[in-house]
Design a protein around this ligand. Structure first.
Ligand SMILES: NC(=O)c1ccc[n+]([C@@H]2O[C@H](COP(=O)([O-])OP(=O)(O)OC[C@H]3O[C@@H](n4cnc5c(N)ncnc54)[C@H](O)[C@@H]3O)[C@@H](O)[C@H]2O)c1
Length: 399
């Protein structure tokens, strides 16, 4: 067994603590190494022919993340199969990138397909990933990995049964800034973590081709699953060296039976308090603050290359890498997946590493209550509205 796989397997054994630490260090080293893999080494990888790969879902994620990377490889035009429920959508993306094979169902796929990217709406990730994993084909799923912990369990079981690799596009794990924070926290460089605060909010501007994000609560839930898939994963990763598991204390939202556009979540992990705010309506501060015993680490949420450290009232900006765009981290992870499919690389991280965040997201949704919205409760029209919408609104805001 190769070293990292050995570490991952033993991570769940009885004597987990020291092995878990060894695994984490290995993981952080791999992420850093991946980030440093530039220049000729990167160019060389594109000289070899791409394995046969399917992309399921031909919307914005396929266009922005997968195809710009895959088309750097030799044989790209004949090695990629584009599948979308909408035939015209598959055709349109195929013609944009010069891909020869496309269709509206799996019947167009070759028997010797090596791997698949799942870039469909959230609620399809588990079912579609399992389809390919069962056939022994490795899968790279867009985030969120799945809608529930049960789906994650089933996906991981399918990957094990099919002896295939399951990866997920939680590409913020590759931000050098976040890797640096993880290293410092795991080494307890600044003592214990007292509090983590993250605000993540901006009006919805992602150019998705379908309406699932905003119109179908059953397919996407709301802002918390969308943005929280990254943020909660960071929290779980950063707190992973402590023996405690993060728990949801309170979750407040504005869903009223549909999709939430704002959600505030409070967690605890031992004595650490975590406060999170998400919005799709407004631009929030979009910063993180990690308050430790002897210093506070903070920074802009989407800044992958520098962090701020404040000690005894003095703030220092630490540049941990050269400036780099958001998409490049996703592209780097996709390159890594191709290397994994070819069996020339180990995964920077696997889907199983992200599993705790999906459980936490599910718990927060289960516990969510409405924000205090006095503009509803004090409105004299409310009794009439309650009557009109009786049975249609599952939420208690009109009670
Ligand atoms: N990692 C990130 O930071 C990041 C960023 C953006 C999107 N995403 C994720 O990518 C996924 C897709 O998002 P998007 O913005 O590309 O959506 P999109 O609406 O642009 O595209 C989705 C596509 O899937 C197709 N589709 C729907 N049902 C299908 C089915 N049964 N089989 C095949 N195709 C089907 C639709 O026709 C559409 O073309 C989401 O889960 C989203 O969270 C991740």
């Amino acid at each position: 067994m190769r070293p990292i796989l050995a570490c991952q397997t033993m991570l769940f054994s009885a004597d987990g603590a020291s092995l878990e630490r060894a695994y984490r260090i290995r993981l952080e080293t791999l992420c850093k190494k991946g980030f440093q893999l530039m220049g000729s080494a990167v160019e060389k990888r594109y000289e070899s022919t791409l394995p046969k790969i399917a992309i399921i879902g031909c919307g914005a994620a396929a266009r922005e993340f997968c195809l710009p990377v895959l088309n750097r490889y030799r044989g790209f035009r004949n090695s990629v199969w584009l599948v979308d429920l909408s035939g015209p959508q598959a055709k349109s993306l195929a013609s944009e990138f010069g891909v020869e094979n496309y269709g509206s169902d799996y019947s167009c796929l070759p028997d010797d397909l090596a791997a698949a990217f799942i870039t469909t709406p959230h609620h399809l990730h588990a079912e579609q990933a399992i389809h390919f994993l069962n056939q022994g084909q490795s899968v790279f799923v867009e985030k969120p990995l799945a809608m529930s912990a049960l789906e994650v369990t089933n996906m991981i079981a399918a990957a094990e049964a099919g002896r295939a690799t399951l990866m997920v596009n939680n590409c913020r794990r590759l931000f050098p800034s976040y890797c640096a924070i993880a290293s410092k926290l795991h080494a307890t460089e600044f003592g214990n973590i007292r509090a983590i605060r993250i605000c993540d909010g901006s009006p919805f501007e992602w150019k998705s081709v379908s309406d699932f994000y905003l119109k179908h609560a059953d397919q996407a839930k709301g802002v918390f699953l969308d943005r929280g898939a990254h943020t909660l994963d960071l929290i779980c990763w950063w707190l992973s060296s402590f023996n405690e598991t993060p728990q949801v204390v309170e979750a407040l939202w504005d869903a009223m039976g549909g999709q939430e556009a704002s959600m505030d979540v409070q967690l605890t992990c031992g004595s650490t308090v975590v406060e999170l705010a998400f919005s799709r309506l407004f631009k929030l501060q979009n910063r993180y603050t990690v308050e430790c015993d002897t210093a506070t680490i903070s920074g802009r949420l989407f800044n992958p290359t520098s962090i701020e450290i404040t000690r005894q009232g003095k703030r220092q900006v630490v540049h941990v890498a050269k400036p780099r765009g958001y998409h490049e981290h996703a592209w780097q992870l996709i390159d890594n997946f191709i290397g994994v499919v070819r069996q020339t690389e180990e995964p920077f991280f696997k889907a199983i590493d992200v599993a705790p965040s999906i459980s936490l997201i599910e718990e927060a949704y289960r516990k969510a209550n409405a924000f205090d919205m006095p503009w509803y409760s004090s409105d004299p029209n409310i009794p009439w509205l309650r009557q009109q919408f009786s049975g249609q609104l599952s939420h208690n805001v009109f009670k």
